[in-house]
Design a protein around this ligand. Sequence first.
Ligand code: PMP
Length: 426
Amino acid sequence: MPGEVSRSLYEKALTLFPGGVNSPVRAAVKPYPFYVERAEGPYIYTVDGEKLIDYVLAYGPLILGHKHPRVEEAVRRQLEKGWLYGAPYELEIRLAEKILKYYHPGGMVRFVNTGTEATMTAIRLARGVTGRKYIVKFNGCYHGAHDAVLVGAGSAAAEYGVPTSKGIPEEVAKLTLVAKYNDIESVEKIMSKHGDEVAAIIVEPVAGNAGVIPPKKGFLQELRRIASEHGALLIMDEVITGFRLALGGAQEYYRVKADITTLGKIVGGGFPIGVVVADRKIMEHLTPSGKVFNAGTFNAHPVTMAAGLATIEVLEEGTPYRVASEAGRALAEELESLVLSYGIDAAVNHVESMLQIFFVKGEVWSPEDAAKSDKKLYLKLHEELLKLGVFIAPSQMEAIFTSAAHTSDVVSETIEKLRKAFKRLR
Ligand code: PMP
């Protein structure tokens, strides 16, 4: 549990930051968030002297765990040469070539700084290329914190979007049509009415911001077909799944191809990044070769390029995926057997190194199913685990992530703690 040092820091933070934090989910750790002293491998060390096994991993980027020596070395080497130039630099070419080996071979890349910027740019690009104004997104999918994608809750929103944040004009929200994840009919319905005005369908191939919800068999392939039939572009937002499910992300894993891919998180090795990737004929619409505007002081930041390249090189060795996926599988199995033995209604969803438990009757195939789960019980699990030194996200609308640092001994220790936590759930 967070201790006195964290508490006094948080009290100060409450006077400095809205809600005490700089990104909302961080405030969800109750009664107050722990403050980090340092992190290494699978562990976070707090200012209160606690050691936590980390299954949040900064919400996805750290597939190699914290402070991986190869990434650290690459960052140090870069720092010796300076860290920001505002001019082109060779490492951006090397990272782009690496990405294009796995996504849109022969295509082009634009580096930006966050997943938010990546989807914002991808949507503008799709609108610029097609000359159309609507986009289709899925209820419960998250694509960052910009206006076009902060739309999408409630059954009334199944057609015209209702903004999920104040400050988004209705006129803007109306350009986002909201379909239901894993429900092809809901997409067909929207497309049959508005198809020739839709610039893009944007989807998280695994819904990772409503817990973890894998696509039903054929769902992504159907989206591919429908987008093509209507001349709309398919944007796969692989900010979480990119380089996580496989080097080629969900597109390799589920054998489906997007028109535009957005990446982030892992590909920056723990430094801020977003990436837009697509075939050349689409990408050339971006400035300066085309007329769709994008720019950024920090685009292709040298330190990020170095960290991202080192991360992918380590991932290419294969072992990190095996370790991370094995940890994911072992934890999912344990959770399943625990809910069974305690007779608790729950669904455990799991794809490689992403998993989540939903305290709900029946299976979870949509964010709507996920929303029915007992969030209080999940929060209790989070709290009991935190007391025992295991950190899972404080919201079940996030994933539990495993990494290459979650070796079998770390997982065994976690499993013991899971068993203790479940005893205390009653
Ligand atoms: N897309 C997806 C699928 C995400 O999960 C996120 C962040 N969790 C984003 C976009 C936004 O990325 P960022 O937080 O880097 O802006």
